[in-house]
Design a binder for this molecule. Structure first.
Ligand SMILES: [Zn+2]
Length: 201
């Protein structure tokens, strides 16, 4: 039986991909990728994600306010997000999360936006896509104290979580230890070579 591949996390709407996008859109289905989740990051790219999902049945849209863009949110961001996820009943919530790596992270605002989006996902029973950098303990704490989608109870239908690619190996393992007993999460611990055990600090 042929393997069905599922790309759980990309940003095809990113302007830097524009020169190559038509080639990518043609090649992805030909590579045997049955479905790809395109993650919106902020209000100004959500409509581009919506357009891609409307044009290509293999694209699963995901809409969320990424922690890097919490500072730039408008007063109406929650309403805009609610109307998009209503328009797209198959949409996930993401990319959302916590990040202390950026300058002036305003972590309290990040936590507030993250919690609100997790609650929205729980209310609508949508999967979530989560970004985390230098905030693993806080992420674990927040996940344990915020309602999560009911689908998390069903291991056949778990939401996917995204352990960011620049997690240090030590942090990624710590997070796995914290969260393994919970049935709701899958972590993509893609750790680049420079952060793997030989270079631990
Ligand atoms: Zn991402």
């Amino acid at each position: 039986m042929p393997v069905r591949l599922f790309d759980a996390h990309n940003h095809l709407q990113d302007g830097r991909l524009a020169p190559f996008l038509s080639d990518i859109l043609r090649q992805v289905p030909a590579l045997g990728i049955a479905c790809a989740v395109v993650n919106g990051s902020a209000e100004d790219d959500w409509e581009a994600v919506a357009a891609l999902a409307t044009e290509h049945a293999w694209i699963k849209p995901s809409f969320g306010l990424h922690p890097w863009y919490v500072k730039g949110r408008s007063a109406g961001w929650k309403d805009a997000l609610c109307s998009l996820v209503e328009r797209f009943p198959n949409a996930a919530i993401g990319e959302i999360g916590l990040d202390r790596w950026i300058d002036e992270p305003q972590i309290e605002s990040q936590v507030e936006a993250f919690r609100w989006q997790l609650e929205l996902a729980a209310k609508l029973n949508r999967p979530v896509s989560i970004h985390c950098l230098k905030a693993w303990g806080l992420l674990d704490q927040t996940l344990r104290s915020t309602p999560l989608p009911g689908r998390a109870e069903d291991r056949k239908n778990v939401p996917y979580h995204h352990g960011c690619a620049v997690a240090r190996w030590r942090d990624a393992n710590c997070l796995a230890t914290c969260t393994d007993p919970r049935p709701h999460a899958r972590f993509n611990r893609t750790v680049p070579a420079q952060f793997q055990p030989a270079s631990q600090t």
